[in-house]
Design a protein. Structure first.
Length: 112
């Protein structure tokens, strides 16, 4: 199959656009902060000690994921490292669902 220069340019532009979509910004970090605050607020509002512990653990885990993602992103990593991926795989779905979408796809671009 013969490919024209025009078609090649278009393919390259699409790849570049896709790479730019696999990133996150400050608004995503603020979204992460909202999830952390929500869990802390829930921990303060429930009465059962088991529930308090669950919400506090979820908040701490989300903070850890956020900090690792930000550290790796600003270190120039093209996506989340293996330690970050293993941490996310070890948490339950309730926590995983609170990770902002852009950050999640930055960590797991193959899932997009």
């Amino acid at each position: 199959m013969k490919i024209t220069k025009r078609h090649l340019r278009k393919v390259i532009e699409e790849v570049i656009q896709d790479d730019h979509k696999l990133t996150f910004n400050m608004s995503d970090i603020r979204e992460f902060d909202k999830a952390v605050k929500y869990n802390k607020k829930m921990a303060a509002s429930v009465m059962a000690p088991e529930e308090i512990e669950v919400y506090e653990d979820d908040a701490a885990t989300l903070e850890m994921i956020r900090d690792m993602a930000v550290e790796q992103k600003f270190a120039g990593e093209p996506r989340g490292g293996i330690g970050l991926r293993e941490l996310i795989q070890s948490v339950d779905t309730a926590v995983r669902d609170q990770i902002p979408v852009d950050i999640y796809y930055w960590i797991y671009p193959e899932l997009k």
